[in-house]
Write a protein that binds this ligand. Structure first.
Ligand SMILES: C[S@@+](CC[C@H](N)C(=O)[O-])C[C@H]1O[C@@H](n2cnc3c(N)ncnc32)[C@H](O)[C@@H]1O
Length: 201
């Protein structure tokens, strides 16, 4: 059964999660012939929680925002609650379905997109990148893209709790938060979740 996740740090924001994402993942693998991606959308990650917490301090009325690799779109929903026009993007169609349900739950509108946007640029003034530095091939594609976005003037905010492939030398510290995540499959709950700003080369 899905459950509602609420964070004391984010009053009024709530999203659907699975209480036990790992058994859910195993059940999905058992059911499917073709391999589905892990149900990352079933968990609220510290990266997006930190971003969402930081966005509470921002005025985003009318600002176009990309929530890249949105998962359940916690960060995008926080931006939309501050008045932003948010594109929530994820290559996992189930993540987009959860984002749609979460947007409905929080009475905000998200524009959902499922293409791989890495390397593209629709002129977003603000790009949110929550918890994606977990896999080397993805990070190798991501870094030049974020460089490109920042070089033309976008602000890129990254939420990350210190994942394996996080390039700390490429960012400035913005804020650190003690955001309580569900333990689930995450091994980094004992670290503060941090918001960073991608810096120009
Ligand atoms: C650990 S989850 C983080 C989700 C969300 N940003 C958060 O912090 O809660 C990583 C997400 O990245 C998505 N993803 C991986 N590669 C992607 C790509 N090239 N484009 C868009 N999303 C991608 C996955 O589908 C997954 O939903």
């Amino acid at each position: 059964m899905p459950q509602l996740f609420r964070s004391e740090a984010l009053p009024g924001l709530h999203v659907w999660t699975a209480p036990e994402p790992v058994p859910l993942w195993m059940a999905m693998e058992a059911l499917q012939r073709r391999e589905l991606p892990p149900p990352f959308w079933a968990h609220v990650w510290p990266g997006s929680l930190a971003l969402a917490r930081h966005l509470e301090t921002r005025q985003l009325e009318g600002v176009r925002v990309l929530d890249f690799a949105c998962g359940g779109a916690v960060a995008g929903i926080a931006a939309a609650r501050r008045g932003a026009l948010v594109e929530a993007n994820d290559i996992d169609s189930l993540a987009l379905e959860v984002s749609r349900l979460n947007a409905e739950l929080n009475a905000v509108t998200l524009q959902l997109s499922g293409e791989d946007l890495i390397g593209t640029d629709a002129g977003w003034p603000l790009v949110l990148v929550g918890d994606v530095f977990y896999e080397a091939p993805l990070v190798a594609r991501l870094v030049p893209w974020l460089d490109q976005l920042v070089a033309r003037g976008a602000e890129v905010l990254v939420g990350d709790p210190g994942r394996q492939f996080f390039p700390k030398h490429r960012v400035h510290l913005v804020a650190q938060y003690d955001v309580a995540c569900l333990p689930a499959w995450d091994s980094v709950n004992d670290r503060p979740a941090t918001v960073w700003r991608w810096r120009a080369r």
